[in-house]
Design a protein around this ligand. Structure first.
Ligand SMILES: Cc1cc2nc3c(=O)[nH]c(=O)nc-3n(C[C@H](O)[C@H](O)[C@H](O)COP(=O)(O)O)c2cc1C
Length: 362
């Protein structure tokens, strides 16, 4: 397995020295569950950028696990630890059975989705609409806790629809905590169940971090993780002064190099992320992985490369590099040849030549 040796690309540092890694909350920094994005290839890639950051699967429904291809949904690479399985469902017996499968496959945590607003999920009566049924969530959590030994956690919103009162979330958390849940991941905006797409539901309802801070003050014994709109390491450090953890979604996916600074900054472990790691090292490690996946499972490199297209963001030639890695006409080539083309495309000389060719063709 590739050993991450990472330079710190981020200027910000938390203002106070932090404790040794073993004493920090395992939920201190995580990458959010994202459907169609945080599959096992994506998580393998993210793990190359941070040894300690907690990773979450995409949401997997209990139905998909109990009646579908379990290996397809649950297989993961051992390097992904610590890794959490996010479940979507509401029927306690089904949740318990799905959680057992998750534990058997080696996941470090089972997380229940109480924050997804999509209409499809609402029709299945789970996701964010579960916030209106705290006792059902408590029953599901208890059924899972009675079945597995790994932590069972809940990811939720601060409210649903026009329900703006803090008391709504406090009572939800109180009821679920009474069933034994100790970790709550708060996407700090409401879910509007009617009239907004899931994408709009990640952008339109306003962020209210202060409600998550209040939750921590009211339930100091619980682990409270804040999620939503965190894009800079300085913002993570700011939140960590108020709560136990931060979860980053879109920014980690689109601009993954920010994670290369996290082990040193947030996990007190510069050793697993030494200053020498480069984006090229990570790209090369991914190409080795692509070759192994192609040999073992026939996975086309494009299924893997799509998750790393943001790796060079902010560096010269990033767009041309990305264009090569997303060019499906190259799909018959082995990944190492695609990498050679992508690297060549980054070079300014190449760009000039291409520019000259285009000009002469015009
Ligand atoms: C493409 C995409 C898919 C998502 N899928 C899930 C999901 O499966 N489960 C979940 O709890 N949240 C899901 N989310 C929401 C994220 O976990 C996170 O709560 C949200 O993006 C806010 O965090 P951010 O502002 O850091 O991105 C998804 C978000 C995106 C962008």
């Amino acid at each position: 397995m590739f050993t991450a040796a990472v330079s710190s690309p981020v200027a910000c540092c938390p203002s106070e020295p932090i404790a040794a890694v073993g004493t920090l909350s395992p939920w201190r920094v995580s990458v959010a569950p994202m459907l169609d994005w945080t599959d096992r290839h994506c998580r393998f890639f993210h793990r190359l950028l941070s040894r300690h950051t907690r990773l979450y699967t995409e949401m997997v429904t209990t139905g998909a696990l109990l009646h579908g291809d379990v290996a397809r949904h649950l297989r993961f690479h051992e390097s992904e630890h610590p890794v959490a399985l996010q479940l979507g469902g509401s029927e306690p017996a089904d949740l318990a059975q799905a959680a057992r499968l998750g534990e058997q496959w080696g996941y470090d945590e089972i997380n229940l989705n109480c924050g997804c607003p999509s209409e499809r999920v609402q029709r299945g009566a789970f996701g964010a609409c579960l916030m209106a049924e705290p006792q059902l969530v408590a029953d599901g959590v208890k059924a899972m806790l009675d079945t597995v030994n790994v932590p069972v956690t809940v990811k939720h919103r601060i409210g649903i629809d026009k329900q703006e009162s803090y008391g709504f979330m406090r009572d939800f958390v109180g009821t679920v905590a009474d069933a034994g849940c100790r970790v709550f991941i708060v996407h700090a905006r409401n879910a509007w169940l009617k009239g907004l797409s899931p994408k709009e539901n990640r952008e339109v309802p306003p962020l209210r971090y202060e409600l998550a801070h209040r939750l921590k003050a009211d339930f100091p014994q619980l682990t409270v993780v804040v999620n939503g709109g965190l894009t800079h390491s300085a913002a993570l450090a700011e939140q960590l002064a108020q709560v136990d953890g931060v979860m980053v979604g879109r920014e980690a996916y689109h601009n993954p190099w920010i994670m290369a600074g996290w082990d040193a900054q947030f996990w007190a472990d510069a050793a697993s992320t030494p200053a020498s790691l480069t984006r090229e090292d990570v790209e090369a490690a991914m190409v080795d992985y692509m070759a192994r996946e192609a040999a073992a499972h026939g996975t086309p490199w494009s299924h893997i490369a799509r998750h790393m297209l943001g790796l060079r963001n902010g560096t010269p030639g990033a767009r041309r590099w990305r264009q090569v890695w997303s060019d499906h006409r190259l799909k018959a080539l082995p990944a190492h040849e695609v990498m050679a083309l992508a690297r060549a495309a980054c070079q300014p000389a190449q760009a000039l030549t291409e520019g000259a060719l285009a000009a002469s063709a015009a």
